[in-house]
Write a protein that binds this ligand. Structure first.
Ligand code: CU
Length: 65
């Protein structure tokens, strides 16, 4: 399933890497594209949207509705 989130606090490539790692801790084979310029995170995963959202939030990057 394809998911897309806007993560406003993703400011640089280190943030993008941390978010990617958090998502891959839920789904190791998730395909993640995190762009600090557009603040968009695109994910191809078999994990649930809720689980991915929690992982990103717990990494320190709130995901607004
Ligand atoms: Cu950063």
């Amino acid at each position: 399933m394809k998911l897309q989130f806007k993560v406003p606090s993703m400011a640089c490539s280190a943030c993008a890497a941390a978010i990617t790692q958090a998502i891959q801790s839920v789904d190791a084979i998730a395909a993640v594209t995190a762009d600090p310029h557009t603040k968009q995170v695109a994910i191809e995963t078999t994990a649930s949207e809720a689980a991915i959202k929690v992982a990103i939030t717990e990494a320190g990057y709130p995901v607004p509705e």
